[in-house]
Design a binder for this molecule. Structure first.
Ligand code: PNS
Length: 159
């Protein structure tokens, strides 16, 4: 086992809230695997390759992160990279129920893997990828919510 963690998500697209959790995790762990779910049941707004690219651009200041796409069970991916920690961000009480359920399911099927929650900074607590997508779709200003370096990528997607 190495001193690493896995931060999984859809990242469709990455927001400042995600970036905050990645940056803080990178201070705690030697290596952070940012794992993008390739969801075969739900096609995302951005192709997974584009999501990888946007996370890469946003995380240029960090040298201990690995960005990968995974499919299948998260715990299988965590084992594949020889980690035993899953990181999730909690924005508000409303996140809690689903996160609690997911962490218990993962703990039941993989008791050797722990889920750790980081609370999102209050200034990012209301940001979500779905709100960014909606603003972008209706040509609203979403630039407060995502790293500056990917604003143009998002605009291009909704052109
Ligand atoms: O950013 P999201 O969409 O909230 O991330 C959800 C994610 C990717 C962490 C979750 O859907 C996931 O882990 N999917 C992989 C399938 C899996 O392991 N399911 C069992 C746990 S409920």
């Amino acid at each position: 086992m190495n001193n690493s963690c896995v931060y999984p998500g859809s990242f469709d697209p990455i927001t400042y809230g995600h970036l905050d959790i990645i940056t803080r995790s990178a201070k705690i762990f030697d290596k952070v695997y940012v794992a993008i779910l390739n969801n075969t049941q739900k096609k995302g707004a951005f192709p997974t390759e584009k999501r990888v690219e946007m996370i890469q651009k946003s995380c240029k200041h960090l040298d201990n992160i690995v960005i990968e796409v995974f499919d299948g069970l998260l715990v299988d991916y965590v084992r594949k990279v020889k980690s035993n920690v899953i990181i999730r961000g909690l924005r508000a009480v409303s996140d809690f129920e689903a996160e609690f359920q997911m962490s218990h399911i993962n703990l039941q099927i993989a008791p050797d893997i722990e889920t750790l929650f980081l609370s999102t900074l209050p200034k990012y607590s209301y940001i979500s990828s779905s709100m960014v997508r909606e603003l972008a779709y209706f040509k609203g200003d979403f630039s407060y919510f995502v790293p500056e370096c990917i604003v143009e990528d998002i605009k291009q997607q909704y052109k």
